[in-house]
Design a protein around this ligand. Structure first.
Ligand SMILES: [Zn+2]
Length: 389
């Protein structure tokens, strides 16, 4: 039995002052208490300066894009970012694979135990088999040409089968409301409804909002007239998703940089299982803007945190994302931020039976956060994360 204690233990839901987590010989949580409890006031308690928390869950990344680190200029806006992704996508395969293994290691070193990962091809399969992390792979479809819908779906289903055959978690999802023909969007959401989970980029950029509101702009100019088939049907990107998503599907909406209170309420009216996944470092990178985290918090909306990919981020660190949110939205509170990064992330990916909190029987991984401002319960620039188990 290991007993791990710190100034505070974050359970996945709340802080326990001078808390203690008991870990049995198989690595599972055996109990939770505080140093004041006689139950745990025993020898061999390891005490650490800082906060003990379950390991982080990265609810959104694209390991496939790891070789694009530092390639795309900052503040280029979404349309130019999409252009760059297309042009840098196909480089040397070995270089791409090596970059994915490095990204996986980077996440492990940042205390990340599981990740929701977007894949357009199956190049990440072997890395995911080898990884210490648990991945849920979202096989992502996109194409604005309605004649390509069936072919795109059959490719996605084949990739999904190959992941399934290796025992990996996988489902199909559409990329975003602006990048699929109406029939491919509907078919892809239906697949997600069948699997019970979707992960869709939503209301990420000014260009995307302008496209749906005004039916024109940089995105319309870049993607072309195929968009006109569906644009007139929707006032905003979110409405296209809500038309097809089933009420019982776990719906991860990614970014939401431009989502307002009305959007949150409309989504929750349609789907109570909506998870708002925030990736603030990526939003700052692409258009120097942040989602309204305080608004999501005020509405008690279910929030999780992602890093997005190294093409729009300098690191794959959930702690770094939390620092950005804590600085910009101090009213959110560290207990909420940590819940978003642990239990909510695990719930988003249906991994909460194993991960995300110190409930007895789970094996959530244990982190130490050091150099935290414990007086004000705020992260600092020098806050560090270390994996203890
Ligand atoms: Zn993304």
């Amino acid at each position: 039995m290991r007993r791990i204690s710190g100034h505070y233990v974050f359970t996945g839901r709340e802080f326990v002052k001078n808390g203690v987590v008991e870990i049995d010989s198989s690595g599972k949580v055996a109990g939770l208490g505080s140093l004041g409890d006689s139950v745990v006031e025993k020898e061999h308690t390891e005490f650490f300066n800082g906060i003990i928390t379950p390991a982080f869950v990265n609810a959104h990344c694209h390991v496939e894009l790891s070789h694009m680190k530092g390639v795309i200029p900052r503040s280029s806006g979404m349309t130019d970012f999409c252009k760059s992704i297309v042009s840098f996508r196909n480089t040397d395969v070995n270089r791409q694979i090596q970059a994915m293994y490095e990204a996986d290691e980077l996440m492990a070193n940042e205390g990340i135990i599981a990740a929701g990962d977007i894949s357009n091809i199956e190049l990440s399969l072997q890395m995911k088999k080898d990884s210490r992390l648990i991945y849920h792979t979202f096989v992502e479809t996109f194409s604005l040409n309605p004649r390509h819908a069936e072919e795109k779906m059959s490719v996605a289903r084949k990739i999904k089968r190959n992941f399934e055959n290796e025992g990996l978690r996988v489902s199909i999802t559409p990329h975003a409301p602006y990048s699929l023909s109406e029939n491919l969007f509907e078919l892809s959401v239906m697949e997600g409804n069948g699997s019970g989970i979707l992960s869709i980029h939503n209301e990420e950029s000014c260009d995307e909002m302008e496209l749906f509101e005004k039916k024109q702009g940089k995105m319309r100019d870049f993607f072309g007239k195929d968009m006109d088939d569906f644009l007139n049907e929707y006032d905003r990107p979110l409405h296209r998703i809500l038309k097809y998503v089933a009420p019982e599907t776990k719906m991860l909406l990614i970014h939401n940089t431009h989502t307002d209170e009305q959007g949150v309420r409309q989504a929750l009216n349609r789907n109570k299982k909506t998870v708002w996944v925030l990736c603030p470092a990526s939003n700052l990178y692409i258009e120097n803007r942040l989602p309204d985290a305080a608004m999501f918090s005020k509405l008690n909306a279910r929030v999780a945190v992602g890093t997005d990919s190294l093409s729009s981020n300098t690191n794959l660190s959930i702690l770094q994302e939390l620092k950005i949110l804590d600085t910009a939205f101090p009213e959110t509170g560290l207990h909420n931020l940590l819940r978003w990064a642990t239990l909510n992330g695990a719930e988003a990916l249906n991994l909460d039976p194993e991960l995300g909190s110190f409930d007895t029987g789970k094996r959530p991984g244990i982190l130490l956060l050091s150099n935290v401002d414990l007086k004000n319960m705020r992260l600092t620039e020098s806050t560090r994360v270390k994996r203890l188990d």
